[in-house]
Design a protein around this ligand. Structure first.
Ligand SMILES: Cc1ncc(COP(=O)(O)O)c(C=O)c1O
Length: 400
């Protein structure tokens, strides 16, 4: 039974409009239903031989098949991890530390997630050379520049599929072809795409691909790395027992993995249904309404090659932080590209690398939609936003 305080909280939460799905997504009720028995009666250690252990092992195997199905992989190609950050670390450090070339180089780009950029910095300290490709104003790399950057000593290309802030998609098919021509392993951080757009590792020439459960209505602290069959061994970044075929030690987070499995199955159904187009249509409806009713709005990111759920806008003369707080007070959750919202005191490295001028970064807002958002919610957000922008612009003029 809920007490009065939690009932009030529940009412409050129910009234909220959540448009920050690139940060995280709510747990799908079916995922929660599947996880609860694993936290209770099915508590066994999958490495144990007795019946509790065997039951947990079966749950793990079923989840592995579900995750593999979502990305067109074989179950043996899925390594469970604690999330996108660990998957990215395992791909980068695992490949770099597992190879023998002298003066080895890795190619990545300026707008990657910190879970790519920071391991790259660590590798630099260990003597590796990192080639960081710049991006254009829409956030895309130049493929000719990628070709020119490849050297005999390049041991890995790691380029994200979609950017979390602006939603820009890289051409992973072409990147994979270029990498394959030169026999260089290609890793893509697909944390923002898996579950949002179809992904098939049989069609996209990719060797490693990172997945995070909490971006597709699964639990936090659970994820996976796809590693193509036949690749040479990774240096395990978590070294311990024989779990995950010695590629990732540690007793498996069975409940989290089961949650990721069910979330993957639900995402696959969603992607195969019409609902997928309806998310893109809803984003377009929102975008058109904003562009029609608020003058001085600039889209940040690529209009064509973009996640179907993401809308990052710079609103001339407004302050993104102030709008975020104003929207939050009205029960609407979004994020900004300026300081603080990202937990950092610096402007977004992504928008900076895209050469977005500072005043536009400070006036940027990111809306990222999810499967449960509705047109009615967008109408409420639209009215609130238009009102807040006009107040905010007046305030900014008074302050100068
Ligand atoms: C593109 C990208 N990669 C990696 C991550 C990290 O994933 P996790 O939160 O599961 O560690 C995120 C999270 O925001 C992300 O957006």
């Amino acid at each position: 039974m809920l007490g009065p305080a939690s009932r009030w909280l529940e009412d409050f939460i129910l009234q909220k409009i959540y448009l920050d799905h690139n940060a995280t997504t709510p747990l799908h009720p079916e995922v929660l239903d599947a996880m609860l028995p694993v936290l209770g009666e099915f508590f066994g250690n999958p490495s144990s031989i007795h019946s509790e252990g065997r039951k947990a092992r079966v749950l793990l195997d079923e989840a592995r098949e579900r995750v593999a199905e979502l990305v067109g992989a074989g179950p043996g190609e899925i390594i469970f991890t604690s999330g996108g950050t660990e998957s990215n670390n395992l791909a980068l450090l695992g490949v770099a530390l597992g190879q023998k070339k002298k003066n080895a180089r890795i190619i990545t780009c300026d707008i990657e997630h910190p879970s790519i950029l920071n391991p790259c910095k660590q590798l630099e300290q260990l003597g590796f050379h990192i080639d960081r490709l710049p991006v254009n104003r829409e956030g895309r790399i130049n493929l000719d520049q990628l070709r020119e950057t490849i050297r005999d000593s390049t041991v890995l290309i790691s380029l994200q599929h979609a950017n979390s802030e602006v939603g820009t998609l890289q051409d992973v098919e072409k990147i994979g072809e270029i990498a394959a021509e030169k026999s260089i392993p290609f890793h893509t951080d697909a944390v923002q795409t898996v579950g949002k757009i179809p992904m098939d590792v049989k069609k996209i020439p990719v060797d490693f691909l990172s997945i995070s459960s909490h971006k597709l209505n699964g639990p936090k602290g659970s994820g996976a790395l796809f590693m193509k069959r036949g690749l040479s061994a990774l240096f395990p970044t978590l070294s311990g027992g024989n779990q995950e075929k010695k590629r990732r030690g540690g007793t498996e987070n069975v409940a989290g993995i089961v949650g990721l499995g069910i979330a993957s199955e639900l995402a696959k159904k969603h992607l195969e249904s019409d609902a997928r187009n309806s998310l893109a249509n809803l984003r377009e409806y929102f975008s058109e309404r904003i562009e029609d009713s608020i003058p001085g709005v600039t889209l940040l990111g690529d209009r064509e090659f973009r996640l179907p759920n993401t809308l990052n806008l710079s609103i001339d003369g407004a302050n993104g932080e102030a709008l975020l707080i104003g929207l939050d007070v009205q029960g609407i959750s979004v994020s900004t590209g300026s300081a603080c919202s990202s937990g950092s005191s610096l402007p977004s490295h992504v928008l900076t690398a895209m050469q977005v001028p500072e005043h536009r970064i400070n006036s940027s807002l990111r809306f990222s939609l999810g499967i449960s958002n509705t047109k009615e919610e967008i109408d409420v957000v639209m009215d609130t936003l238009a009102r807040l922008v006009s107040l905010n612009r007046k305030d900014s003029r008074v302050v100068g």
